[in-house]
Design a protein around this ligand. Structure first.
Ligand SMILES: C[S@@+](CC[C@H](N)C(=O)[O-])C[C@H]1O[C@@H](n2cnc3c(N)ncnc32)[C@H](O)[C@@H]1O
Length: 409
């Protein structure tokens, strides 16, 4: 079975995370960045459009959510797929489930990018880049997509595959230890990674990884590569970024990062909010997958049993998001309050939207902006900060401590 056939057979919890972000963030982008100009949603690695069971893939989701803003924004969707069979399927799916104004293109995204940028000229562009493995060459990402569009708002949501980069590190270790050149296929994979990451600088991160079975160290090296990569893009494209590690389930090593590159602090703020809401859906998805597996195991073992363990297990789809939020809200708000106090103590006054890593520390991918607002309100009631947490733009205003902090005393 090819990677693509395997991928589109059934949707894994990791895919739920990205799709739930796509169900929320692009709409906010269209509403904010599309004021007074058209909007383009671009899916550069679109896939087949839907899974075998009919679950919506990213192009269908983007198209569906474009419709939500149709009454006040003009949104065009552009969907690109390189694999011939997947492209034909995508065309068929989008003919049924897409919108007439959308473009569906077959071919390599790298080659089609100049044509796409002509279509998107002057529009606010939200680009979702979600390949298997490594994505667009760094040169193209920076020069054409992020820097090549003048003042038109441009945001890129990039899938950075940590497992692919970690695997690549394994190839390099093998080459080092065996003293033999890589096979042509492996060399091609490494060359692709060099183009994606912009040179061979990343390879030094894997020098300490010497053991083929050391998945944790390889993943840590890959995460360090991803952090340096993001810092480089931020510097060269004069933008900001925020990244969410996506795992199969909690406490596991991340499989990939979803990184938003934007020049607007509001983009980061609303992205963090969408990530929190998507995280709750992911919570339900991985728990449901575990229960389904447990039921299948129990069903097998139950064949000769008088009472069925399978029947005693909760239903896989019984996860209640509202209940989950209700149970966790107070602790999320307390943690965010502590996070805000920590930044105030260390550095004094700061703007929430500019310090999202710290503000959402330990609750990123679970809490959302309402919990940050509640934390600020609570700090105000405790006479820690002057800010009341009220108003639409409380996240843009500096948080001002009532008493001098360690940083200001
Ligand atoms: C992970 S799948 C996309 C899944 C899709 N974004 C979703 O969430 O439903 C990646 C797709 O990118 C396609 N692809 C890989 N390299 C490409 C390229 N250079 N240009 C366009 N498509 C490409 C693959 O054939 C595959 O269908």
């Amino acid at each position: 079975m090819s990677a693509s056939q395997e991928f589109f057979r059934d949707r894994k919890a990791q895919a739920v995370f990205k799709h739930e972000i796509l169900a929320r963030y692009p709409v906010v982008f269209a509403a904010k960045a599309g004021l007074g100009r058209p909007v383009v949603f671009l899916d550069g690695y679109a896939g087949r459009g839907e899974y075998e069971d009919g679950t919506e893939g990213s192009p269908v989701l983007l198209s569906k959510h474009a419709e939500r803003v149709d009454s006040f924004r003009t949104v065009t969707g552009i969907y690109v797929e390189r694999n011939k069979a997947d492209y034909l399927k995508l065309k068929e799916v989008m003919a049924k489930r897409g919108r007439p104004q959308d473009y569906v293109r077959g071919g390599d995204f790298r080659d089609l990018l100049p044509e796409i940028l002509t279509i998107a000229r002057g529009a606010a562009l939200f680009a979702f880049l979600d390949p298997f493995g490594t994505a667009l060459d760094r040169d193209q990402l920076v020069a054409q997509l992020l820097n090549g569009r003048g003042h038109a708002p441009t945001e890129v949501l990039l899938h950075v595959s940590i497992s692919t980069v970690a695997r690549m590190g394994g190839l390099l270790r093998k080459r080092r230890q065996e003293g033999k050149p890589l096979s042509p296929a492996d060399q091609k994979t490494v060359d692709h990674a060099n183009r994606f990451l912009g040179g061979t600088w990343w390879q030094k991160h894997f020098e300490p990884v010497t053991d083929a079975t050391d998945e944790r160290r390889a993943t840590e090296a890959a995460l360090a590569v991803a952090a340096e990569y993001q810092a480089g893009i931020r510097r060269d494209a004069h933008c900001m970024s925020l990244s969410m590690p996506i795992r199969h389930k909690p406490n596991q090593l991340p499989k990939y990062l979803l990184v938003l590159f934007t020049r607007h602090q509001d983009g980061l703020w609303w992205f963090a909010d969408a990530v929190g809401k998507a995280g709750r859906e992911w919570e339900g998805a991985w728990r449901g997958a575990e229960l389904r597996q447990a039921k299948q195991r129990a069903e097998k073992n139950d064949e000769d049993a008088l009472f069925s363990a399978e029947q005693l297990l909760p239903e896989p789809d019984s996860f209640d998001i509202d209940e989950y939020v209700k149970q966790n809200r107070a602790s999320w708000e307390r943690i965010i309050g502590q996070n805000i106090r920590r930044v105030l103590d260390l550095e004094g006054s700061f703007v929430l939207a500019q310090r999202l890593d710290e503000v959402y520390a330990r609750v990123f991918g679970a809490a959302s902006y309402v919990h940050v607002r509640a934390a600020v309100k609570s700090l105000h009631e405790q006479q820690v900060v002057q800010n009341t947490g009220k108003g639409n733009y409380f996240f843009r205003e500096p948080i001002i401590p009532i008493r001098p902090t360690q940083a200001t005393a």
